[in-house]
Ligand binder design. Structure first.
Ligand SMILES: Cc1ncc(COP(=O)(O)O)c(C=O)c1O
Length: 380
């Protein structure tokens, strides 16, 4: 059987990883500034994480959601404590798209309405409602277009108000910081006004923290910079350092009913053990402090490259913008300098999402490599 060919692939085959490094099948070592697309939060193969998963597997790896699973309660408690969002309830699922799908479904259950407001350049996943609220028609099939979605520009609150006044909107969904779209974000005023308008019109305010959450922005959740309290927060990527998991954090004003949401695999024993281990490491190793320290030093260094026109994002979720397309730079970074980075819908932007325990030395290695590539291209 062949693989269904949906991904354009770089010709690199990682076989081993440790901390911020990955080795391929030729034993070439790469510095990982992409973190497997923002997934590797505590570093590859962190010893505590490996130990936690192995020891859980020796006990029980999986049972269904029809029995008691104290690990789920332990995870909810720890997540509440580490994130500061301890007044939410947790629903566990298996991916980012699934988290958003459930968030949107809950909003529709709660309000009895079905139109959703999303934002230009947003990315929320590839399943039914999640892809419909993603601003990319080319990844929506005709079946996805049954959803009623209105896309608006960021930071234009009057346009949001005008749509909500039509009285048919169940939810507003916004990324803490846009990932795939290219690191744009709403202002604090915009987030605060969104919350106000949503609250006073009984519209559910959903913040997608799937990429920007789990300390990546320098706060546990990026929306915490704006001092808002969303009705629903969705998480995935960094949550279990590569073990598939998603989470929906649901405010107390939304009532649960049996059968409303459900999943076979969500919240299984292994996933909970992995997610608990991530939270313990984030806490024990002060990783959010590390994000802020490393980010500040990196910003000083990267600004010294004159071709860098703008830096977007926060913490270790950063976009380095040039006034030319970066595809060639990314290729040279991988194949000549052995450094993984990411791209974005904005083709002039290099996206970096390194493990949160990266060091200054490793970030400087990247700055030097980037500087050399840009310089050599200019000389040609
Ligand atoms: C902001 C955001 N939401 C949702 C998703 C979808 O997550 P998943 O690929 O786990 O379904 C992504 C993935 O890149 C994302 O960046």
């Amino acid at each position: 059987m062949n693989l269904f060919d949906v991904y354009p692939l770089y010709n690199v085959t990682p076989v081993k990883a440790e901390g911020c490094y990955v080795w391929d099948s030729n034993n070439t070592k790469y510095l990982d500034l992409y973190g497997g697309h923002g997934v590797i939060s505590i570093g590859h193969s962190h010893p505590d994480y490996v130990k936690a998963l192995k020891s859980q597997l020796d006990k029980i790896g999986f049972y269904s959601n029809s029995i008691q699973n104290p690990l789920q309660k332990e995870l909810a408690k720890k997540l509440g404590q580490v994130s500061g969002c301890d007044n939410y309830n947790l629903f566990l699922c298996n991916s980012g798209a699934e988290a958003n799908e459930n968030a949107l479904k809950l909003a529709s259950f709660q309000t009895g309405k079905k139109r959703i407001i999303s934002f230009d350049n947003s990315f929320h996943g590839r399943t039914s409602a999640a892809v419909a609220v993603t601003d990319n028609l080319s990844i929506n099939a005709p079946i996805n277009l049954q959803q009623e979605v209105t896309f608006l520009p960021l930071n234009k609150i009057e346009l949001v108000q005008k749509e909500i006044d039509k009285n048919d909107v169940c939810a507003v969904i916004i990324e803490g910081i846009q990932g795939v779209g290219g690191l744009d974000e709403g202002s604090s005023n915009f987030f605060q006004d969104l919350q106000k308008i949503c609250n006073s019109n009984k519209v559910i305010f959903i913040v997608d923290e799937i990429q920007s959450g789990y300390g990546r922005s320098g706060m546990f959740f990026a929306f915490q910079y704006h001092k808002v309290e969303p009705d629903i927060i969705t998480t995935a990527k960094g949550m279990a350092n590569g073990f598939p998991i998603g989470g929906v954090l649901i405010a107390n004003n939304i009532d649960a009913k049996h059968g409303m949401l459900g999943t076979t695999f969500g919240g299984n024993h292994l996933a909970c053990a992995a997610a608990l281990s991530v939270l313990n490491v984030i806490e024990n190793e002060d990783l959010i402090e590390n994000v802020n320290e490393i980010s500040a030093k990196f910003l000083e260094q990267i600004k010294k490259i004159p071709e860098v026109k703008k830096i977007k994002g926060k913490g270790l979720m950063l976009g380095i913008e040039f006034d030319f397309e970066v595809a060639e730079i990314r290729k040279k970074l991988i194949f000549d300098k052995h450094i993984f980075t990411g791209g974005a819908a904005n083709k002039k932007l290099l996206r970096i999402l390194p493990p949160l325990n990266i060091t200054n030395g490793q970030m400087n290695e990247f700055v030097d490599a980037l500087n050399e590539i840009v310089r050599s291209d200019i000389k040609k």
